[in-house]
Design a protein around this ligand. Structure first.
Ligand SMILES: Cc1ncc(C[n+]2csc(CCOP(=O)(O)OP(=O)(O)O)c2C)c(N)n1
Length: 361
């Protein structure tokens, strides 16, 4: 039988919060409420920046509505910090809930969408969802799909040398696993006696832009490809935060302790299509992880309908304030256009300082 968790109410009175169940697994009610709020805040953020793409306040949108349950759990379970003692993240463009769960203020995403000079992830130069945060070991997201999988073993090799339990997380979609980079990741992370601590995550939404995965994948589970390399794996319902929380925990525990790779395939939804280029219209036929969780929270009495409405209202107000502030901030300056392509380096003779452009002949 599940046990109920003790929690501290605002006035300091201990309350019993019932656990949420999924099959045989359970999660404390308080944690589910925390995950739910992160999911709602992320969804409100994404829906608002979709509007920005349509109203001219931004341009191209791509993001993660439909992946909030899995990605919020991922963000909460990451060992967050800077340098080899902490986890490194080679993410893709649908990981907004991961960053929000790690503590990213929503305005950071809005600034990127609005292409403002204040955008700390790309100085107003990259698409939405293309995060980069050195303070949390979040490496720059690439629009060129899958390249992160061939970089991840290198990051993990460094971690194996310098740390006993930190790991590298790499994420990508199902279609991208057809690229050679995915195979490179499996090969380079399982060199005999030189295995490295990589958690290979595939968020499988069943599509690569407009191509359905069943028309291009003959295998039924992407993780089965890992078998040939001795990479164990698990498929998880990425719409279910309880299942996702535990699957991520098992996967991370394996990688942290064995210093070997593991593969996690999360089955997720794609609630606004591929991107603004495909219209970013709401797809009604896909399951919505927030609806599913809210039904469970209501049934358990963890929240009632007015409380749900209030959480959403607070999230909407937070995003609206962020949009108002970000739009008032400065645009990138024309005189900076050739700066900041490379990280400043004291030792790089070809690209010294913050040099940008090609070396003059
Ligand atoms: C190397 C490369 N090839 C093609 C593209 C165009 N492209 C952008 S997203 C995408 C589909 C990716 O699908 P999937 O890997 O399933 O991820 P999802 O977008 O569904 O999360 C493609 C083909 C690209 N950006 N980079």
């Amino acid at each position: 039988m599940p046990t109920d968790s003790m929690s501290e109410a605002n006035d300091g009175v201990a309350l019993m919060s019932p656990d949420l169940m999924s099959g045989q697994e359970s999660l404390p009610g308080d944690l589910c409420l925390k995950i739910h709020r992160l999911m709602v805040r992320t969804r409100c953020l994404e829906e608002r920046i979709i509007k920005m793409s349509k109203s001219g306040q931004g341009h191209f949108w791509i993001g993660g509505p439909g992946e909030e349950a899995f990605n919020a759990c991922l963000g909460l379970r990451v060992k967050k910090g800077q340098g080899p003692d902490y986890d490194y993240l080679h993410l893709h463009y649908r990981n907004s809930a991961t960053l929000v769960a790690m503590g990213m203020p929503l305005i950071e995403s809005v600034r990127q969408m609005a292409m403002k000079a204040t955008d700390t992830h790309s100085l107003g130069r990259n698409f939405s969802g293309h995060f980069s945060k050195s303070a949390w070991n979040v490496l720059p997201v690439s629009s060129v799909i899958e390249v992160q999988y061939s970089m991840a073993p290198g990051t993990a090799l460094m971690q194996k040398r310098l740390s006993d339990d930190s790991l590298t997380v790499v994420t990508g979609g199902d279609a991208g696993t057809a690229e050679g980079d995915f195979a490179s990741c499996m090969i380079w992370s399982t060199l005999p006696d030189r295995e490295v601590p990589v958690l290979m995550v595939v968020t499988n939404n069943g599509y690569g832009i407009s191509t359905s995965s069943c028309s291009v994948h003959s295998e039924s589970r992407i993780i089965d490809r890992g078998k040939a390399f001795g990479i164990p794996g698990e498929v998880v319902d990425g719409n279910d935060p309880v299942a996702s929380w535990h699957a991520i925990g098992r996967a991370m525990n394996y990688v942290r302790t064995t210093r070997r790779p593991y593969m996690l395939e999360a089955l997720v939804s794609r609630l606004y299509g591929h991107s603004s280029s495909s219209g970013a219209l709401r797809v009604k036929s896909d399951l919505d992880c927030i609806d599913l969780l809210e039904r469970k929270l209501l049934a358990k009495g963890l929240l009632d309908r007015p409380a749900l409405a209030q959480i959403r209202e607070e999230a909407l107000a937070e995003v609206e304030e962020a949009v108002e502030q970000a739009l008032a901030e400065p645009d990138p300056r024309i005189e900076d256009i050739e700066k900041f392509t490379y990280a400043p380096s004291d030792v790089d003779a070809v690209y010294p300082g913050d040099y940008t452009g090609l070396p003059s002949s």
